[in-house]
Write a protein that binds this ligand. Structure first.
Ligand SMILES: O=C(CO)[C@@H](O)[C@H](O)COP(=O)(O)O
Ligand SMILES: [Fe+2]
Length: 224
């Protein structure tokens, strides 16, 4: 699937499987799509770029037949350039990587595009958005981290909203179809704040997979 299928004004929920029940991953992923979440957020961690290890392409490949969702990979790895082909073969539709990773940013963007996937750039809360501005017309998504990458279940950092509105202002001039995703601590309340700031793709792990009333209710709360 192509990201151009989705409009940058459309509010999209991207459930992060980091908060799903890993012993029942196939059911969780099917449930998320049945609940009308059009994306699936895949947090890949290498234990080096961030102090946690999650999963890699082999798990993603097993999940691919379980869902028709847009597979939205978030690579928290030091050397993304070495794994782009593997994530493409696993069935990812999109890859977001960090500006802080050890690579040539433009070369990795080109590599992702060469496999027909869309490309996104993201940054840690302490990194200045000047590192992303020069690439806004070359990518399809900016992901603003609203927690320190590495773990689910953390509290939303309100002070990141300035980054969202600044990116939206710049994008209106150079790339109006740019999607802005936010990730970390997104729930019923914070979803309203990020949407007001200009984000349209909402990653939700805990608030989606661990919602006491289930995923359908989570989807409703995050989009209403
Ligand atoms: O990238 C990350 C964490 O590094 C996220 O995608 C989290 O998995 C989001 O989890 P919640 O904050 O929604 O529980
Ligand atoms: Fe993420």
């Amino acid at each position: 699937m192509k990201i151009s299928t989705f409009d940058a004004n459309e509010i999209i929920v991207s459930p992060s499987i980091l908060a799903a029940d890993f012993a029942n991953l196939a059911q969780e992923v099917k449930g998320a799509y049945d609940a009308n979440a059009k994306f699936l957020h895949l947090d890949v961690m290498d234990g080096h770029f961030v102090p946690n290890i999650s999963f890699g392409p082999s798990v993603i490949a097993k999940l691919r037949p379980c869902s028709e969702a847009f597979f939205d990979a978030h690579l928290m790895i030091s050397h993304p350039q070495e794994y782009i082909q593997s994530f493409h073969e696993a069935g990812c539709d999109h890859i977001t990587f960090h500006v802080e990773s050890d690579c040539n940013i433009q070369e990795v963007i080109d590599q992702i595009h060469s496999y027909g996937m869309s490309a996104g750039l993201t940054l840690k809360p302490g990194t200045d958005i000047d590192s992303i501005i020069p690439y806004l017309d070359k990518i399809q998504m900016v992901l603003i981290m609203t927690v320190e990458p590495g773990f689910g279940g953390q509290s939303f950092m309100h002070e990141m909203m300035g980054k969202v509105s600044t990116i939206r202002e710049h994008a209106n001039k150079v790339n109006p179809s740019l999607h802005i995703e936010v990730d970390g601590g997104i729930n019923k309340e914070t979803s309203k704040i990020v949407r007001a700031a200009g984000a349209n793709i909402l990653v939700a792990g805990t608030a989606f997979f661990r919602h006491p009333q289930g995923m359908q209710e989570a989807q409703k709360e995050l989009t209403s």
